[in-house]
Design a protein around this ligand. Structure first.
Ligand code: NCD
Length: 306
């Protein structure tokens, strides 16, 4: 049912379609042979105009594990974008070689634009400070696996909520589930954008905004930490002033529930002390692994292999 479809933002797939991806990912997790060769002969293009480790490697690993192959670039300096080629032309070309295109760009709206020039599915792997829907699928799958379901939860988002695209996508996506309330924890300058809070109000989702991580800790079932997005700042001084506003350490973790889960899209800079990594509530490395399973589920679905 997802064959041939692009994914630009989480709302492009219905809740039922999203559930079908979770079911496939969970099957892959328990049976590593499931779908192993389902994409044999298929080619994925990975166009990364912005740095990435997890997202690009997990897409490439996913495609290889499905029996397919990939082409692409991780450094726009080595592509014709450096010669001034337009995104539309680069995408048209990639779409004529490959069966699906994954792209990341520093410009908001670029994935949507690319999808208009492509005959094959385009998957948005991050467009500037806008959206990152496959990270959201990863986050939702992790919540579902570790909390059993995606409902009746209080989810805290902490850090750079203004520029963090993973926050924007996840908040919008969670608004579709039952009885989710949100706590947005940030300095005022990095507050959650109004277009997201308006969306939550329209959908009658309960949320609060605060500066205090300590006061929020006891209420949370999920804590979603994020780094301050240096590359989207207009000046270095503001970045330096704001970068260490929140550091999750043992003292703060002691205020959290026993069944709290701590997520982070990664990379982390300073916002989670390494002393937390051994706490059973730290779920960010598990989350990275779920990212590969859900991308396998997504690729096999849009390529019509499942
Ligand atoms: C995130 C991104 O690129 O938006 N990383 C990722 O894809 N896992 C988060 C970030 O860079 O801070």
């Amino acid at each position: 049912m997802l064959k041939g479809r692009s994914l630009i933002e989480p709302g492009n797939f219905s809740l039922e379609e999203t559930d079908s991806l979770f079911a496939i990912a969970e099957k892959i997790e328990t049976d590593q042979r499931y779908l192993r060769d389902s994409c044999r002969g298929k080619l994925l293009a990975t166009l990364f105009f912005e740095p990435s480790t997890r997202t690009r490697l997990s897409f490439e690993a996913a495609m290889l594990r499905l029996g397919g192959s990939y082409i692409g670039f991780a450094d726009p300096g080595s592509s014709s974008a450096a010669k001034g080629e337009s995104l539309a032309d680069t995408v048209r070309m990639a779409a004529s070689y490959a069966d699906a295109v994954v792209m990341r760009s520093p410009k908001e709206g670029s994935a949507l634009l690319a999808s208009r020039y492509s005959d094959v599915p385009v998957i948005n792997a991050g467009d500037g400070g806008h959206h990152h829907p496959t990270q959201t699928l990863t986050d939702l799958l992790t919540i579902r696996r570790l909390h059993g379901d995606i409902k009746n939860l209080t989810v805290g988002f902490c850090g750079d909520l203004r520029f963090g695209r993973t926050v924007h996508s996840l908040a919008k996506a969670l608004a579709r589930y039952d009885n989710i309330s949100m706590v947005f924890i940030s300095p005022e300058e990095l507050a959650i954008p109004e277009y997201i809070t308006r969306h939550l109000q329209k959908n009658a989702v309960a949320f609060t905004e605060t500066r205090s991580l300590e006061e929020s800790m006891p209420k949370l079932d999920v804590l979603y930490m994020t780094r301050v997005q240096r590359e989207r700042f207009f000046n270095e001084e503001d970045y330096i002033r704001l970068k260490d506003t929140y550091v999750l350490n043992k003292e703060k973790m002691a205020l959290g529930k026993n069944n709290l889960i701590v997520l982070h899209p990664l990379p982390r800079v300073n916002e989670i002390a390494v002393e937390i990594d051994d706490d059973p509530r730290a779920a960010y490395f598990k989350q990275a692994k779920y990212g590969m399973y859900i991308r396998m589920a997504l690729l096999s679905s849009v390529l019509g292999a499942v």
